[in-house]
Design a protein around this ligand. Sequence first.
Ligand code: GDP
Ligand code: MG
Length: 224
Amino acid sequence: MEGEQMNIKVVKQIAECNEDCSNAIKEILKSKNVYLINVMGSPGTGKTSLIIELIKKLKDKYNIAVVEGDIAGQVDAEKIDSLGISVVQLNTDGACHIEAISIKNILGYFDLEEIDLIFIENIGNLVCPAEFDIGEDLKIAILSIPEGDDKVEKYPLLFSTADAVVLNKFDMMKCFDFNDNKVEEDIKALTSSSHVFRISSRTGEGLSSLVTFIEEKAKARIKK
Ligand SMILES: Nc1nc2c(ncn2[C@@H]2O[C@H](COP(=O)(O)OP(=O)(O)O)[C@@H](O)[C@H]2O)c(=O)[nH]1
Ligand SMILES: [Mg+2]
């Protein structure tokens, strides 16, 4: 073999590809003035419910689209579709998170000239989605009251990288021993830049402050 030229194909690791793809998405969306929000949390924490309530508050002012991530099925996409909102259902066929390449491909299904805001509902999971940037401008992590107040300690990455943490199902505080102040302290110990919102997606309690936060964050991009 000595002296022979070897033809070696070098393949990048997934994580690196994901970063490249995530950066490409950021560039595309910046050029189109579209703001991308990645919503993460456990199965049943209220991701779809929160996205629906946010859409109701924002849709008269902004053109919104949604990517629904699920391992299988299109139940959530049907709920979004019934609101008259453009939606793409992404089925990961078993994968526990969304990767940037999927979002990059999905952007082609939307009219980015018209859209201001895209919500992505990530796969229900407190671990894997936190490890993959998907070109988002804002990460929202949801923890619901029935899940327990120890989850920030147990799953720190998701909460340490989130721009906003929503304590959802706040209407259920009376039913559970959930110390919201402790959770807020746990979050502040991980990051000083995260904002905590106590919300009920059922009653609408606390929602308007999150709406204001999102509009404030997005305004430089979408210029409305
Ligand atoms: N009591 C109460 N129930 C909620 C709230 N948000 C969502 N739910 C309920 O929790 C369940 C799961 O919500 P869903 O939005 O589908 O969660 P996802 O799996 O994270 O998308 C549904 O039965 C919702 O009606 C809330 O703020 N309060
Ligand atoms: Mg859902």
